[in-house]
Design a protein around this ligand. Structure first.
Ligand code: GLY
Length: 365
């Protein structure tokens, strides 16, 4: 468990705004996961232009969904175990208290927009799989190939790293399991891309982007969108499209969302738990830390098992006080250590990355 010293240190790392007492007047503010620096910039520009908070967060996450180099979201996301990209997303609109969601949708680069259409144009909240794609097509979206060459390379490297597979072992299998052995198929891939593909194969990521917004009228919305766990079983649905897990918004209290291993979040209904914690008087940092403790408790606080995954929560209270928190302080990568961050734009300039509060300190591998 986190020591009091660590907890106080990580809370102290939050900016004054995040620790202040509730402000009287709401203000424009956007927070997101660490991959959302540009997302927050865009969302803030929409808020400043007086647009609706849901328009703002969707415009923000569209940056990641359309970015072929964000391999955890939308186009370019890492595929399932059959090499097919399947996406999950949900939205919540505070002013109307409505929600929409799509799960395991294929062939659409911007699932956040389809989630919104489910909310606005149907009597349902969630569409999944083939039905979600058919709905998107009915609404005028074209089916596209979401697998980039970079993601296809990572997929083949993953296949090669599997034991007892037709791709790696056996008397007539291709020689050489190392990523380099694939260079004849990807002659343009460089060393760095191969190293990245190998890292993705051995540590399947659960990236994702969550974005939460508050405007000067006190209106709030949120969106979470992802390609989910890399190499998942087709049809696996994570927390991102689950209202109450990947996202929850009640603008009379605040909003919360999550990134990381969705299975753990679903088990604690993280986003709803955090909003309810805030409703009952917890500060955003305390509300986030409580959700992380629930995740940790599900493994009896066994650090060896918890070390196998990451999970992060984000909270934005209706008065603009916010927090980001992670199960772990960060991750060892090569010779270095990458600490957990989240992105904030408070309307005073470009988005900033701030350190997340954390529950546990990652042991050295
Ligand atoms: N949080 C993303 C996922 O687990 O699918």
């Amino acid at each position: 468990m986190v020591s009091r010293r660590n907890w106080m240190t990580s809370v102290a790392a939050l900016p004054a705004a995040a620790q202040a007492q509730p402000a009287v007047k709401p203000k424009n503010i956007v927070i997101s996961s660490s991959n959302g620096v540009e997302c927050c910039n865009i969302a803030m520009s929409w808020l400043r232009a007086g647009k609706d908070t849901l328009d703002a967060v969707i415009a923000g996450v569209n940056v990641n969904e359309l970015d072929p180099n964000d391999n955890s979201v939308g186009y370019g996301g890492l595929p399932n175990e059959e090499g097919i990209v399947e996406l999950d997303a949900c939205v919540m609109h505070g002013p109307t208290r409505r929600a929409g969601s799509v799960a395991s949708i294929r062939g659409i680069k911007t699932p956040s927009k389809i989630a919104r259409l489910v909310m606005e144009e149907t009597d349902h909240i969630m569409l999944a799989g083939e039905g979600a794609l058919r709905f998107a097509k009915t609404m005028g979206y074209a089916e596209e190939n979401l697998l980039t060459e970079k993601s296809r390379l990572a997929f083949l490297v993953w296949k090669r790293t599997m034991k007892d597979s037709n791709w790696s072992d056996g008397v007539d299998a291709p020689p050489g399991k190392s990523p380099k052995a694939l260079l004849r198929l990807f002659p343009e891939a460089d060393e760095q891309t191969l190293a990245w593909a190998h890292e993705m194969a051995v540590r399947p990521p659960t990236g994702t982007i969550n974005c939460l917004a508050l405007n000067e009228k006190g209106e709030m919305s949120g969106c979470t969108t992802t390609s989910g766990l890399a190499w998942k079983i087709p049809g696996r649905v994570g927390d991102s499209p689950i209202i109450g897990a990947g996202l929850y918004v009640d603008q009379e209290v605040g909003a919360a969302g999550s990134t990381g291993r969705g299975e753990e979040n679903i088990r604690v209904a993280g986003a709803h738990t955090i909003v309810e914690n805030m409703r009952h008087g917890m500060s955003p940092p305390d509300a986030v830390m409580d959700a992380l403790k629930r995740v940790s408790r599900n493994y009896d606080n066994d650090l060896k098992r918890l070390d196998k995954f990451d999970i992060n929560f984000y909270a934005l209270r209706k008065d603009g006080v916010f927090a980001g928190g992670s199960l772990w302080n960060g991750q060892f990568r090569g010779a270095g250590f990458v600490s957990r961050k989240f992105a904030v734009n408070d309307g005073t300039g470009n988005s900033r990355l701030l350190d997340c509060a954390y529950l546990h300190e990652r042991p050295r591998p």
